[in-house]
Each structure stands twice: as C-alpha cells, then as structure tokens.
Design a protein. Structure first.
Length: 150
C-alpha cells in the first residue's frame, strides 16, 4: 500500500459522508464511498481525498471532493490532532521510526461543507521513499511479469 485516504464526517443537517481509497502496487485502486443525506444512502464517485506529505499528518488543512447524485461536492478539512504510526508488516506502532518505512496518521477532523461545520475522522498513509518511486518500481515489475508483494 503506497497511499490511503480514509475520511468521514457528520453535519448538523444530518448529512454524513464516508470514503476509503487505497492504492497498492500491482493492484487496482480500491474505493468505497457513501453519502447519507438524512433520508437515503447514496453512492459516491470521482473521489479525490487528501494526501499526506509528512510524518505528523501534514498538510493539516486539505480538501475532499467527490460526486454524488450528479453534483460535485467540495469539503474542507482541518486536522485537529494527530496520532502518527509506523506501518510494519505485522501491525501499526505509535510514533515514527527513522528509515524507509510507511507511516500512517489519523486524528479528529473539523470539516466545513456548504457553510456548515461538522466533525469526523481522517486517516492517511505516507511512504517515505515517495509515491513516484514506488509507482516506477511497480511499472518495472508489471513489465517484467513479476507481481510485487506490496
């Protein structure tokens, strides 16, 4: 897994959104998104979630956008706190380790959508080597017929 974005938020008017997007090498992108409008559950498409660029959840301010029922929605988020974790093959450990490892951060988020303030959660992953390097490695592996384990 070289990138992940998991977000949700609840608003005073009853709307709730939840999106998960996972990028893995040599595999299709996984996405699931739903919007509760207070009466019905609707599928979300064309999701663009926040990337993580640093070990402590940077950037702290970001946007989420998606399409639901033919309308493009843009929600701004502010990370209110962060729990950084080191991703290892056997689990997630608090804190950030030196070296070339993947990091995750998650924490409470303040969202603003159509002028309403809501609250929820954000989780993101960051690869220290950089996603372009991992994509290039994945492309090399795909061209050789070898499937990467990541």
């Amino acid at each position: 897994m070289w990138r992940e974005s998991w977000v949700n938020g609840i608003f005073p008017d009853g709307r709730i959104f939840h999106c998960v997007q996972v990028f893995c090498t040599a595999r299709p992108v996984y996405f699931m998104g739903k919007l509760w409008d207070g009466k019905e559950l609707h599928p979300i498409t064309d999701y663009d979630g926040p990337s993580q660029t640093g070990t402590l959840g940077e950037p702290r301010d970001y946007t989420v956008s998606f399409t639901c029922q033919g309308r493009r929605e843009i929600i701004t988020g502010e990370l209110l706190g962060v729990m950084p974790m080191t991703l290892m093959p056997q689990g997630m450990y608090p804190g950030t380790l030196d070296g070339k490892v993947d990091l995750a951060s998650e924490g409470p988020t303040r969202w603003v959508w159509d002028g309403q303030v809501g609250y929820g959660w954000t989780e993101r992953c960051w690869t220290r080597n950089g996603w372009p390097q991992i994509r290039a490695m994945d492309a090399q592996l795909a061209g050789s017929g070898i499937r990467s384990a990541g």
